[in-house]
Ligand binder design. Structure first.
Ligand SMILES: Nc1ncnc2c1ncn2[C@@H]1O[C@H](COP(=O)(O)OP(=O)(O)OP(=O)(O)O)[C@@H](O)[C@H]1O
Ligand SMILES: [Mg+2]
Length: 365
């Protein structure tokens, strides 16, 4: 399972700086001029999770394997992009391939860093970006509608349903609302996802601030938080500049630097966790002498699906799963003592896995 979060925003707002910090590389060229990035950069990151460290210590595991997800650093987008302005709409396809988007908004003043519209106004920036994505959605729906309408006239039931969904989405988009707001039933969800609308993807607003505001935020980030709330989106306050410096420091110096800024952990950790949650993901663990490992599943997944993430055979031949809640594993001091205390449950095919479960699968092949 590869989960991807796209990093989107106006040119020169700090997307590549953030991406490099996230992936602890300098893979993406970051520089003070607009449209520095053209081709998307893709990087994998580990999902920071203190629970894995605890489990590995208790389970005396030789190695730790955290959950992984990808970030994609995408080219900057300007007003008119959906009509081909700036780098045109070549990058819309890059966004389409992502499971969620992070909008990077410039929330720092710095006369030396060029702003494409010569002003620092994160809400106006957010609107420019979202409007372009909405226009792109409108265009793709209108194109799709023609074909679907023909089929619907031929009494194709599926096409009729699809047409209804398309029209409902068009109404909202024409009112200037993102496709995230389209009301739909559980049965319609699959058809809705197939429309691949850019503004239906879960979104996170990343406020890129200066050093002073990294711990507390500022007047601009407060406005963004309010705006995000109205748009069913989350906010993270982070300084891409600081994060990129932090990412280059050895761990000990990192802690010192963080403390001097009044931060408890790198902002990146918060960002990654938010992204993970936004994607509807959660983690279960396997712990053994060889390795302690975090596995990524969807919230609501049942035990066989969870087993299938390790190997498809585990899912096909699933018998049962020995399950210990994370808290029990830690408070009783490991698998054996938790078992003796009656805290290891045998769960079957219908068990909905909980975040943090420590699992061991029984299966036959
Ligand atoms: N929090 C910050 N404070 C000050 N300067 C910053 C901050 N974040 C990024 N910058 C600076 O902004 C400039 C643009 O950064 P970057 O190349 O990452 O932007 P980008 O969004 O990827 O641009 P493009 O769309 O052109 O690829 C760089 O000079 C970078 O150092
Ligand atoms: Mg860039």
């Amino acid at each position: 399972m590869g989960f991807k979060m796209g990093i989107v925003g106006l040119p020169n707002v700090g997307k590549s700086t953030l991406f490099n910090a996230l992936t602890r590389t300098a893979a993406a060229q970051a520089a003070n001029f607009p449209f520095c990035t053209i081709e998307p950069n893709v990087g994998e990151v580990s999902v920071p999770d203190a629970r894995l460290d605890k489990l590995a210590t208790i389970g005396k595991s030789a190695t730790k394997l955290p959950a992984r997800m990808s970030f994609v650093d995408i080219a900057g987008l300007v007003k008119g992009a959906s009509r081909g302005e700036g780098l045109g709409n070549q990058f819309l396809a890059n966004i389409r391939e992502c499971d969620a988007v992070a909008y990077v908004l410039r929330c720092f003043e710095d006369d030396n860093v060029i702003h494409v519209a010569n002003r620092v106004d994160p809400l106006a920036d957010a609107e420019v970006v979202e409007t372009e994505l909405m226009l792109a959605d409108l265009e793709s729906l209108e194109r799709r509608r023609t074909g679907v309408e023909k089929k619907a006239k031929g009494n194709d039931k599926e096409a009729k349903q699809s047409l209804e969904l398309i029209d409902r989405s068009l109404v909202l988009l024409r009112e200037g609302k993102s496709a995230r707001h389209v009301e739909r039933s559980a049965e319609e969800e699959k058809a809705f996802q197939e429309l691949q609308l850019l503004t239906s993807k879960p979104a996170l607003y990343v406020c890129n601030v200066d050093e002073v505001a990294a711990a507390t935020g500022n007047a601009m980030t407060e406005k963004v938080a309010e705006y995000a709330k109205q748009h069913n989106a989350a906010t993270v306050v982070i300084s891409a500049e600081i994060e990129s410096q932090l990412a280059q420091l050895p761990d000990a110096e990192q802690a010192e630097y963080l403390e001097s800024l009044d931060l408890h952990e790198p902002g990146l950790n918060r960002l990654i966790r938010e992204a993970y949650g936004l994607l509807g993901l959660q983690t279960y663990f396997t712990v053994g002498p060889k390795e302690a490992r975090a596995w990524t599943i969807h919230k609501g997944d049942k035990a066989p699906a969870a087993a299938g993430v390790i190997h498809t055979d585990f899912e096909r031949g699933f018998i049962r799963a020995q399950t210990i809640a994370f808290d029990d594993y830690v408070s009783f001091g490991g698998e054996q003592p938790a078992k003796e205390a009656g805290k290891a449950r045998d769960e079957g095919k219908e068990y909905v896995v909980k975040d943090g479960d420590v699992m061991l699968f029984k299966f036959n092949t």
